[in-house]
Ligand binder design. Structure first.
Ligand code: URP
Ligand code: ZN
Length: 468
């Protein structure tokens, strides 16, 4: 056995196939070298972690750091965004490289790399993205994505007036992606249905935040899920539906995922699980404007059930670090509010709380917040597993502590979950064997995160199941 630099002794660990009290041995390369009986491993440094729960570092597939969107730019940079991720136990993030006006997809990928590499403290992957204005040029670049380490591409079926694609464009992309083993991430809402609903809402002068929710009905999401999953099957392409929010969408996904053929994956986000549409009646309800909107209690219940039965694969943050000034600029007209919520730091603590409170099993929480995201990226079990050979990304949780979700390190004065406490507190975070968070203190050097290239054919490996 290679020399162990650190032994985490007596961890109450969520291993790939169940929960066990173990020693986790970390080698000098930052990988897990051994998993043994408590007290069985020797190393240069022994850290007694008895009583702490160990889970794999979080993998957040959906972040928008330093992103121009809705006429403004999210507030964080790659240092601030990934530092907040580490505070919240997320050691790997995947950023969308969305082309700005005049950029192709490869331009945006290169710009994102140039911004991220010197600054990141979490490990990171880059998703490509294709937008309306540069669609033809970007489609012609698809063959170069593999050498750029990009195996996933995001598109929007909404926002067709700025960045969204038509169904015809989506079908062309899906066919080309199928040939290259690229997984297409889709923001699925049918734009014409949003326009129809928006016109009605505006005609009734409902411009306050409740109007936003009314302008983006579940029908628009479900319609897009149905049509794009049909296109995916026709093309033989793998599709990942981002930020699924509504009960009827969960039912559609369950049906469509059962049809053999092209793989379909689905994500939801903590704000759809833990908040509801009453937020839009708040005097400052504009701060919770995101798309799709936060929905009703039955929608929430369907999402939780979908997580348990596997219809929903992942929990991602859809992190958009807007601040109060940016959100409040549209207080009197929801159309002027930039869409999206900060959440890179609160995603995993909320899910840890769900495990401690017994709402989900630990394996279900780890599956949705680390395992499936890593599989869909194609980097499991290197990421998302407490197993021999995996990167030693380890989150140690004090199960009797609590997390105040109103106090975060994100580069914003807005905390969407303020007022909520999550059960459990992240005590220590190791990233590739290095202690990067210790009792709330960041220890990672700027630029010390590693890039994770994404290969073709992601997401095909099976996730462990069970209710540990
Ligand atoms: O409201 C959201 N989700 N904003 C981010 C961009 C998008 O729509 O995915
Ligand atoms: Zn979206």
């Amino acid at each position: 056995m290679a020399e162990l630099s650190v032994v985490l002794r007596g961890a109450d660990a969520i291993l790939p196939y169940g929960r066990a009290t173990v020693d986790l041995g970390i080698n000098t390369a930052g990988r897990i070298e051994a998993v043994g009986e408590p007290g069985s491993l020797a190393g240069r440094r022994i850290v007694d972690v008895a009583g702490l729960i160990a889970i794999p570092g979080g993998v957040d597939l959906h972040v928008h750091i330093n992103t121009f969107f809705g006429g403004t730019t999210t507030r964080d940079d790659f240092f601030g965004g990934t530092a907040a991720a580490l505070h919240g136990g997320t050691t790997t993030v995947a950023q969308f490289a969305i082309p700005r006006l005049g950029e192709t997809s490869l331009d945006a990928i290169n710009r994102t790399q140039a911004e991220a590499r010197p600054a990141v403290v979490a490990d990171y992957a880059v998703h490509g993205a294709m937008v309306r204005d540069s669609f033809e040029a970007s489609l012609g670049q698809l063959q170069d994505f593999a050498s750029a380490g990009v195996g996933t591409v995001k598109i929007f079926s909404a926002y067709t007036d700025v960045i969204g694609l038509s169904l015809g464009q989506i079908h062309r992309l899906l066919r080309a992606a199928a040939e290259r083993g690229i997984t297409i991430f889709v923001h699925a809402e049918t734009d014409s249905l949003i326009h129809e609903a928006t016109d009605e809402v505006v005609a009734r002068a409902r411009l306050r935040p409740v109007g936003h929710a009314e302008s983006r009905p579940p029908l628009a999401e479900n319609d897009a899920l149905r049509s794009i999953s049909d296109l995916a099957r026709d093309a033989g392409a793998a599709v990942y539906f981002v930020h699924v929010s509504a009960a009827e969408s969960v039912a559609t996904l369950a049906d469509r995922k059962a049809i053999p053929g092209s793989p379909l994956f689905a994500e939801t986000c903590p704000h759809y699980l833990f908040l509801d549409a009453s937020k839009y009646e708040d005097p400052v309800g504009q701060r919770w404007i995101c798309s799709p909107p936060i929905r009703s209690a039955p929608d929430r219940a369907a999402l939780w059930a979908g997580l348990i039965d596997g219809t929903i694969d992942t929990i991602s943050s859809d992190h958009n670090c807007f601040d109060i000034a940016q959100k409040d600029a549209g207080a009197m007209d929801f159309r002027a509010v930039p869409n999206g919520l900060p959440g890179i730091e609160t995603r995993l603590p909320l899910m840890v709380g769900a495990a401690i409170d017994g709402r989900l099993s630990w394996l279900e929480v780890v599956r949705a917040s680390s395992v499936r995201p890593a599989q869909i990226l194609g980097c499991w079990p290197r990421k998302g597993a407490l197993a021999v050979g995996a990167d030693a990304d380890v989150v140690l949780i004090d199960p009797v502590g609590t997390t105040d979700l109103g106090a975060t390190h994100m580069t914003t004065d807005f905390a969407p979950f303020a007022g909520l406490q999550a059960s459990g507190k992240i005590a220590f975070v190791y990233r590739r064997g290095e202690l990067v968070i210790a009792e709330g203190e960041l220890r990672a050097e700027r630029g010390s995160g590693s890039w994770i290239p994404i290969g073709p054919g992601t997401g095909r490996r099976e996730a462990p199941a069970g209710r540990a």
